[in-house]
Design a protein around this ligand. Structure first.
Ligand SMILES: C[S@@+](CC[C@H](N)C(=O)[O-])C[C@H]1O[C@@H](n2cnc3c(N)ncnc32)[C@H](O)[C@@H]1O
Length: 261
């Protein structure tokens, strides 16, 4: 609760900082932060959130077991990692983006109306449900989301189906193997959310590959940018890269615009 208040305050402060920038992309980021922080959703957005959150609560209450590749023990550089058994409820509580941040992603999608969207790290599909709902309300755009744990991907697919989100598809496998396929499928990228494999070198590498295939003005979001010294360095490297505009550090998420819009 206190964390939520702090993050709302941070979003409002950053929104204020960009409010005077006078350029469409910066103003779009500012509006997305301000409305997410204020919980200012339209009736239609509220209705979608009201359909997604009960699915989150159902998963949080689930004691079903799922297998997940043990990414932590390997760089996932093509070697099949071992697997660990986890409980769906624990995965959902610890890994899925909380409502505040998922609402921010929804607002980014509504504000920027991206056509081709990419997500690294589907998990059980919570953030993708929000992003897919935003695209559905926009009436255009699609999301390809990547997940290395086949059992997580199955749960996510079932969630998209329950919500009728035919604009979201999952590719299963290590990012190192699936990112190229996703970029080929999607064409130039308008929006990407990098929410998995939170290590310095892979994060910079994903940024490099995605930005090389991004449309001018693409929105790039990185999760857990303060999670470790390596992730702090990765975000600083992204934020200071040529072609990056309006980098915003929201402590847990980093967001920026890539390419002169
Ligand atoms: C933090 S969770 C994603 C949460 C999700 N975006 C949400 O908010 O609902 C990260 C996911 O990335 C997956 N992952 C981590 N490293 C990966 C890799 N190298 N290749 C494929 N998947 C990976 C994990 O299995 C996990 O499900």
């Amino acid at each position: 609760m206190l964390k939520d208040l702090y993050f709302r305050h941070l979003m409002k402060r950053q929104a204020g900082r960009l409010a005077g920038c006078g350029e469409a992309a910066g103003l779009g980021l500012s509006r997305a932060m301000r409305s997410a922080a204020a919980g200012a959703f339209s009736a239609e957005e509220h209705e979608w959130i009201g359909r997604i959150e009960p699915i989150r609560r159902e998963m949080e209450a689930s004691s079903a077991e799922v297998r997940q590749p043990d990414w932590g023990a390997t760089s996932c550089g093509g070697v099949e990692p071992g697997a660990i058994t986890r409980i769906v409820g624990e995965v959902c509580r610890s890994a899925s983006k909380p409502k505040l941040w998922a609402g921010f992603l929804l607002k980014l999608v509504r504000e920027f109306r991206p056509g081709s969207c990419l997500e690294l790290g589907t998990c059980l599909g919570v953030s993708a449900c929000y992003e897919g709902a935003g695209l559905h309300m926009n009436g255009a755009g699609r999301l390809v989301t990547l997940e290395g744990a086949p059992e997580f991907a199955e749960i996510a697919r079932a969630n998209f189906q329950r919500l009728g989100l035919s604009n979201v598809s999952v590719i299963t496998g290590p990012f190192q193997k699936t990112l190229g396929e996703a970029l080929d499928q999607l064409g130039p990228i308008d929006y990407a959310f990098i929410d998995g494999h939170h290590q310095e070198a892979p994060t910079i590498e994903y940024f490099r590959k995605i930005s090389a295939r991004a449309n001018p003005g693409a929105v790039l979001v990185f999760d857990d940018i303060n999670w470790s010294d390596g992730m702090k360095r990765a975000w600083r490297s992204v934020a200071s890269s040529p072609g990056v505009f309006y980098p915003v550090n929201l402590h847990t998420l980093g967001v920026c615009i890539y390419g002169n819009p």
